[in-house]
Design a protein around this ligand. Sequence first.
Ligand code: NPW
Ligand code: ADP
Ligand code: K
Length: 465
Amino acid sequence: MPLGRSSILAQVLSVAQMRAAEEALFEQGTSVEALMETAGRGAGEYVRRIAAGRPVTVLCGPGKNGGDGYVIARHLMEHGTPVRVVAAADPATPAARNARGLYQGEVLGPDAVIEGEVLIDCLFGSGLTRPLSDSLLGLLRTLAENHHLKVAVDLPSGVESDSGACLNAGLPRFDLTVALSAWKHAHFAMPACETMGALRLFDIGVAAVPGAAAVLTRPLFTPPPADAHKYRRGLLGIVAGEMPGAPLLSAEAAMRAGAGYVKLFARARPAGVPNDLVCHAGPDADGLDDPRIAALLVGPGLGRSGAAAERLQAVLELSVPVVVDADALVLLGPGMMTGPAVLTPHEGEMAALERAFGLSADAPKHARALALAQASGAVVLFKGPDSVIAAPDGRVLHAPRAPSWLSVAGTGDVLAGITASRLAVHRDPFRAASEGLWLHGEAARRSGPAFTAGDLARTVSKAFA
Ligand SMILES: NC(=O)C1=CN([C@@H]2O[C@H](COP(=O)(O)OP(=O)(O)OC[C@H]3O[C@@H](n4cnc5c(N)ncnc54)[C@H](OP(=O)(O)O)[C@@H]3O)[C@@H](O)[C@H]2O)[C@@H](O)CC1
Ligand SMILES: Nc1ncnc2c1ncn2[C@@H]1O[C@H](COP(=O)(O)OP(=O)(O)O)[C@@H](O)[C@H]1O
Ligand SMILES: [K+]
């Protein structure tokens, strides 16, 4: 089935995939110069609007990112925006030389002392292969300090496209980054994404790349069908453990995320169970063999003792679709999961899982998530300020930035509850992880500043709106 334009625009490409996609355009008869013209004019139009008549300085490097810069400068000149170029190096490709030749305005050398209003960074884009030299870093930093508004074209210089690593310390922060052709992993990966300001994409017509990663976009939710009843909407079992608070938070969120019935399984009924939450009190695994249970959540408040490990084992042996979170992730090892599963590690839990599964942590975040998904057979939702989802079949989704107010205790329990609730509704782990992550981010956006995990859990139903 051909992908719609919106799916193509959501794709996230590696440098190699980007180059292959551009090659395909060249084979269809497009020239590098024409592509640079389209890209430069597109980015130039964003710059023209943002500059609103204020003078612009374009910093151009030797590669095609620099070539884009000369096209931008020409576009601004044609539209009456005052502009000058600072050339950090001579253009090194025919297309960039061509773009420089067509620009008739002022070009200054790297030693010129420049202050101004708007800085456009076209020093390096996706072709950066090593850290900036001290002199290039110094030039970029000085220009950034001497301009009010800063825009990066494709990527901020010094950022590694495939990993999101900052190859130099002390890179400047931008107000806007205009991605060209497609998103790159760095646009969603820490620490690079934090330096980019607002993100925009300018499409130059590359086609869908098979197997490409994508950006998490708003899922489609429909109300329950007219003949729905609580079991058909999904019975979620939440397995409590040694600490009652965390599973209660998960339950508060799960009750607001679509499941028709949420049941807490605990050895004894904990204090503070709300009236609308059913609690099944009994020994380990008692009641969990109910065939109506569509999904289980295990981990929040489980504990890490031998008894907790036995509890986890008993849950996983049921082969019911399961969300494995928190303490359960530290107890998990190869061969323990027998059914569909979503794992929701943060960085510390991920490190424990990588040790348990014999995986390397020395890779970009999305690649680490994918490696664990493939080794474990589970969908992995690797959380943090740059959350990413990976499936064993190779699908990868990057989440757009979520509010940093989420960095408060208990919000992970809320995410696990939402995800498990979605899993109970349709039993599809990848879809549950995607919907869970999206609802979590949206609930956070709707919760304003300084919310608690309980506030967040109670806002989940509003996120459906
Ligand atoms: N294909 C197209 O038509 C389109 C491309 N587009 C644009 O092209 C950009 C990618 O272009 P690109 O591949 O030329 O890479 P770019 O980032 O400009 O720099 C590479 C140059 O820098 C050099 N170099 C690398 N690191 C260095 C360092 N630390 N310090 C010093 N030098 C360093 C490296 O040479 P090297 O020394 O590594 O041999 C090479 O000469 C992309 O981001 C987008 O803006 C869009 O317009 C869409 C259409
Ligand atoms: N700075 C941040 N920006 C955006 N989201 C964050 C940030 N810090 C944490 N989060 C999100 O908040 C949640 C925290 O989960 P977790 O680390 O498990 O906390 P806890 O164990 O206290 O519940 C995750 O969903 C994570 O993605
Ligand atoms: K750049």
